[in-house]
Structure formats: C-alpha cells, structure tokens
Design a protein around this ligand. Structure first.
Ligand SMILES: NC(=O)c1ccc[n+]([C@@H]2O[C@H](COP(=O)([O-])OP(=O)(O)OC[C@H]3O[C@@H](n4cnc5c(N)ncnc54)[C@H](OP(=O)(O)O)[C@@H]3O)[C@@H](O)[C@H]2O)c1
Length: 161
C-alpha cells in the first residue's frame, strides 16, 4: 500500500485505480496492482488483447472514461512526446479534484516539472516515479522507483481529502 504525506495512506485504500499505458512496463505494474487486490481500469492508445493474467482489467475507450471517479491514476508511456499527448490532449482536461497522479514514464525533468505544475493547478497531486528494472522486474513486482529524482506537486490550497 502506498503511503504519501497528505495522500493515499494505509487508512485510505486506493482500490479503484486508472492506468494509462499498457506497454511492457505498464502491463507488469498492472499485474501487480491486480494481485494486490486493486480494481484497474486502463487505457492504451492501441487496443490489443491482454495476457490472461490481466483479464480482470477493464479497458476504457478513452482517457476520460478510464480516469472518471478514480482517486489514483498511473501513467507509464514512452517518454515526453507520449506524455504531452496523454496530458495535454486528454488527462489534464478530465482530471477530477484531488486525484493522485503517479507517473512512471522516464522523461525529461523539465517536462515532469511542467506536468507537476499543471496537475497541481487542477487541484490534484503529482508524483514523478520513474522506475528502473525491466520487463521481468515489472512483472514480478521488483521494479524500484528512482527516489532521488522524484518530482512532486500538490495544490497550493489543501485539497478536500
Ligand atoms: N522496458 C524497460 O525495460 C524499461 C525499464 C525502465 C524504465 N522504462 C521506462 O518505462 C516507460 C515505459 O516503457 P515500456 O518499456 O513499457 O514502453 P513500451 O512497451 O514501448 O510502451 C509504451 C507505451 O506508451 C504508449 N504510447 C506511446 N506513445 C503514445 C502516445 N503518443 N499517446 C499515448 N500513448 C502512447 C504506448 O501505446 P501503444 O501501445 O499504443 O504504442 C505504450 O502503451 C518508458 O519511459 C521507459 O523508458 C522501461
């Protein structure tokens, strides 16, 4: 269970989450979210069949549909260009109040800062959480997050939760 200051802690389950980007790493992370008991609604740019272990994932037709009502949104896409497509064309327009966005894309720090600020302006919170490890580590719950590089943001005013 994640525990972040002022965020989703042990007393606040994040059972219903959205996941944007079902690539190599995203699929592994989703597998482990399912194994941990979370309900996952996912969106991937290209709809394709998922492995049997991910058959409980609900595949949404749009980012807006995937994130609607979810307190936590994970993003794991190729890099800054893909992030711009995800955030600027969709996610920033449909983000609800006080959502925690956890982004595991490896990206340009300046892009992370820009996104973090944009998310905070929409009264939500952002955690830049790039991972190291590879496909097998993601699949087997052994991915680690580059803590020293994490960029976070939160709204200036306290959010509701
Ligand atoms: N693979 C590794 O060993 C590894 C290790 C550490 C960190 N990482 C990092 O983790 C991140 C994900 O890597 P990955 O290996 O999972 O990559 P991947 O298998 O190539 O998957 C990339 C994902 O990004 C999506 N995407 C790309 N362009 C997009 C766009 N314009 N709009 C929306 N979605 C878009 C792809 O959707 P489509 O399916 O439609 O193409 C796919 O879901 C990267 O930042 C990578 O550097 C990877």
């Amino acid at each position: 269970m994640y525990s972040l200051p002022g965020g989703v802690g042990e007393d606040q389950t994040m059972s219903d989450v959205a996941f944007i980007g079902l690539g190599t790493m995203g699929r592994g992370m989703v597998r482990n979210l399912l194994r941990a008991g979370h309900t996952v609604t996912a969106w991937n740019r290209t709809r394709r069949p998922l492995p049997a272990e991910l058959d409980k994932v609900a595949q949404a037709d749009s980012i807006a549909a995937a994130v609607r009502g979810k307190p936590v949104v994970f993003v794991c896409v190729t890099g800054p260009d893909a992030q711009r497509a995800v955030y600027d064309e969709a996610l920033l327009h449909c983000l609800g109040l006080d959502v925690l966005v956890i982004d595991s894309t490896t990206t340009d720090p300046a892009e992370s800062v820009r996104i973090a600020q944009a998310v905070a302006e929409r009264t939500s919170r952002y955690l830049d959480a790039p991972v190291f490890g590879s496909k097998s580590e993601a699949w087997d719950r052994c991915c680690a997050i580059w803590r020293r590089r994490c960029i976070t943001s939160a709204p200036a005013a306290p959010a509701r939760r």
